[in-house]
Write a protein that binds this ligand. Structure first.
Ligand SMILES: NC(=O)c1ccc[n+]([C@@H]2O[C@H](COP(=O)([O-])OP(=O)(O)OC[C@H]3O[C@@H](n4cnc5c(N)ncnc54)[C@H](OP(=O)(O)O)[C@@H]3O)[C@@H](O)[C@H]2O)c1
Length: 270
């Protein structure tokens, strides 16, 4: 048996799908066993080497997963409309399932939990390992310095639709939870006019937009006379692809259950 982990990519014609395919082609631990695209896609049956310029002749883009194609892990970066089919395929093949698809409905999150009774499952809104670490550290600081003021600042390119980013909200949630509270109880999303003094325990959000910034998040903790800031800067979406591949390699042969991106980080540390 080969030591390489066989990965099938779902949504492989998309921006993230292509980044994941490229990351797998560069890896000496994983093998791309199939790059799936939707039926009717302009890339169906297109030779992969024409798109990625790789010398490695691996597989072509395909619209279906043949039963004899090995699949240890199915990696999905598609969309909420395609997600159910991706999960069903992983369950049918009894392969691990790694998904970064966002905008899932509650029923789809529940389907992930059900699938985890038979296959290992890891879903994350942000596959950056640096952001996973930022979340872990923010939680620790929030709990260790419960009286310090916490504010969260994020910046993204001007085309981003939602604000604050899902990652900024997750950071706020982590700090609120570390202080025995919830984000809705603590969050302040806008300060205009005469808002009066800052209330103890508030978690304030500030949002910047512009240029081609892939994503920057800073969590600030401040008290009289001192301020602690922790920042993560993403240079490109390749970091999400690398994190997803790290997760895929990590989860490949584990027991069925729901795993989190935090578990992919080395245990211990902070
Ligand atoms: N977790 C993270 O770290 C992270 C990071 C970045 C993005 N994301 C999320 O990842 C997802 C993809 O993002 P993206 O920027 O790569 O989007 P994208 O460029 O629009 O790619 C979406 C892909 O899904 C495919 N697809 C859509 N509907 C389908 C269907 N019904 N059946 C089969 N395939 C279908 C598309 O195929 P066609 O090209 O044929 O339409 C395309 O390959 C989004 O949910 C995004 O929010 C997550």
């Amino acid at each position: 048996m080969s030591d390489l982990v066989d990965v099938v990519v779902y949504g492989s014609s998309g921006r993230m799908g292509q980044a994941v395919v490229r990351t797998i082609l560069e890896s000496d631990k994983a093998r791309l066993s199939c790059a799936l695209v939707r039926p009717g896609s302009g890339l169906a049956d297109e030779p992969l080497d024409r798109v990625f310029g790789t010398q490695q002749r691996v597989v072509d883009f395909s619209t279906a997963l043949d039963p004899d194609v090995p699949c240890d892990v199915l990696v999905d970066f598609s969309g909420p409309h395609a997600f159910d089919a991706a999960l069903a395929l992983a369950v049918e093949r009894r392969s691990a399932f790694v998904s970064g698809t966002t905008g899932l409905r509650d029923e789809q999150r529940a389907a992930l939990d059900r699938a985890a009774q038979t296959i290992p499952v890891l879903w994350a809104a942000n596959f950056s390992l640096g952001v996973a670490m930022l979340l872990r550290v923010a939680k620790r600081i929030g709990a260790a310095l419960p009286d310090w003021d916490c504010e969260i600042l994020e910046m993204h390119h001007g085309r981003k639709q939602d604000a604050p980013s899902g990652t900024a909200l997750a950071l706020g949630e982590a700090v609120a939870e570390s202080r025995g509270s919830t984000l809705p109880e603590r969050a302040v999303f806008a300060r205009i006019d005469r808002t009066g003094p800052r209330q103890p325990g508030e978690i304030g959000f500030a949002v910047l937009r512009g240029g081609d910034v892939a994503g920057e998040h800073t969590v600030l903790f401040s008290t009289a006379g001192e301020r602690l800031e922790i920042t993560h800067r993403a240079a490109s979406r390749d970091i999400f692809a690398r994190g997803a591949l790290a997760a895929a390699l990590w989860i490949a042969h584990r027991e069925p259950r729901v795993y989190s991106i935090d578990e992919v980080l080395s245990p211990g540390g902070v």
